[in-house]
Design a protein around this ligand. Structure first.
Ligand SMILES: Cc1cc2nc3c(=O)[nH]c(=O)nc-3n(C[C@H](O)[C@H](O)[C@H](O)COP(=O)(O)OP(=O)(O)OC[C@H]3O[C@@H](n4cnc5c(N)ncnc54)[C@H](O)[C@@H]3O)c2cc1C
Length: 378
């Protein structure tokens, strides 16, 4: 990573040291015990709870490229924790970018300090990829309140988080009728379904979020009515980079583990590393991750520069990096033979964790929809 600035090198070193000391030794345990709130606060202490939030509210004021570097390193320690922080960061950025000065001051200092954690609520049982079809409603009750009814599905942090960044319908059908409203934990009418039993990301809670005559102040709406879908999609541009960066970090960890293993394990009187098949496989894995990193960083630079093709590049990076990272992690498992299938070696957890990166924040099919729509429109 010779192209990094001195500051970026320091950021990478800080994130790497934390991930190796505080995350990696605990990742397997957290699958059973759940997220460690104290660790999330420690991450906030390093400035990682508001990475690209402005500094006047406690953010770190860093770039998307910086965030990609941070999330890759954190994910080399624990994919589930890193990805969870990435969603919190996406929510904080949406508030920083689209909320009023008063709302920014009211919410962001606690979020950037890690005292409060935020969840992103877009998906519904009936609308996943077709997110603009969402049906959760927020009906005005006089001028001062909304009454919210509906359900959100698959919400990361449901029941754990303190603030829910909710995309809901305040107007017509389709994207133009969607608004963004903040709902605090503890609000009457807000409840959670059972924790989902998942293939990966098991350290993280995921559940349905229900709203039943849930009354929130109209002041909790971010921006004007009807702008919420736009905010949600803008949040996802950066979110997709982070999800890709987390996939890259997980795959790098898997490759590191495979490199160590093939130098130790012997069969047919040789180290596994001495078979040319192994060597070529490792060479391809290293190349694939370098290509992924290059595309990810290019997309992050474009988002930082707000270029017109940034959304397309974020989608391309998310699709390419998450598919590649999953394949590399699976190859790392294969190089471990039967031991790769055992939890003790931890590669199987990485494979399980990385599977969902190809599904969420827009499936990889939807990434292809975004890219093909863009290149065919000319
Ligand atoms: C562990 C986990 C955590 C999540 N966390 C969150 C969260 O915090 N907040 C949140 O809002 N959501 C979250 N999600 C939801 C996630 O974003 C959705 O699952 C995802 O967007 C897909 O929606 P769906 O599951 O309804 O699938 P569907 O949209 O029903 O898709 C099913 C299949 O059809 C394909 N498909 C759909 N439409 C098209 C099309 N036009 N062209 C081609 N193929 C298509 C899809 O790619 C997919 O393969 C999470 C999901 C999981 C599994």
């Amino acid at each position: 990573m010779a192209e990094l600035t001195e500051d970026q090198t320091l950021i990478v070193e800080t994130a790497r040291a934390f991930a190796q000391e505080r995350l990696r030794p605990n990742a397997a345990r957290w699958e059973h015990e759940g997220l460690d709130r104290g660790v999330l606060q420690e991450l906030a202490g390093l400035g990682f709870a508001g990475i690209y939030v402005r500094e006047d509210v406690g953010g770190s004021g860093l770039s998307r490229l910086d965030a990609a570097l941070i999330f890759e390193e954190l994910s080399r320690g624990c994919i589930a924790t890193a990805a969870f922080m990435s969603i919190h960061n996406m929510c904080a950025w949406m508030i920083d970018s689209f909320a009023s000065p008063e709302q920014r001051q009211a919410w962001l200092p606690q979020l950037t300090a890690g005292e409060k954690i935020a969840s992103y609520c877009l998906t519904e049982p009936g609308s996943g990829s077709d997110a603009a079809g969402l049906r959760t409603t927020a009906k005005a009750d006089g001028n001062a309140h909304y009454v919210i009814n509906g359900s959100k599905a698959f919400i990361s942090g449901a029941g754990f988080s303190d603030l829910y960044v909710l995309m809901c319908r305040t107007g017509e059908d389709g994207p133009k009728g969607v608004s963004t409203v903040l709902v605090e934990a503890g609000t009457k009418g807000l409840s959670f379904g059972k924790q989902e039993d998942k293939m990966g990301w098991r350290a993280q809670p995921t559940a349905i979020v229900n709203f039943e005559d849930c009354r929130v102040p109209a002041d909790n709406r971010i921006g004007p009515e009807g702008e919420g879908f736009k905010y949600a999609m803008k949040g996802l541009d950066g979110g997709r980079l982070n999800i890709a960066a987390c996939a890259l970090g997980g795959a790098q960890d898997a490759l590191d583990r495979a490199l160590a293993y093939v130098k130790e394990r012997r069969q047919f009187g040789k180290r596994i590393a001495d078979f040319q098949n192994t060597q070529f496989q490792l060479a391809d894995m290293e190349t694939d991750l370098a290509a992924s990193r290059a595309l990810l960083h290019q997309a992050a630079r474009k988002l930082d520069a707000k270029t017109p093709d940034a959304t397309k590049f974020c989608a391309m990076a998310k699709r390419f990096v998450t598919d590649t990272a999953f394949r590399v992690a699976d190859q790392a498992l294969q190089l471990h033979g039967g031991y790769g299938y055992l939890a003790d070696y931890e590669v199987e957890r990485i494979v399980r964790d990385l599977r969902v990166h190809r599904i969420l924040e827009g499936t990889n099919e939807i990434m292809r929809v975004i890219v093909s729509r863009d290149i065919l429109k000319a």
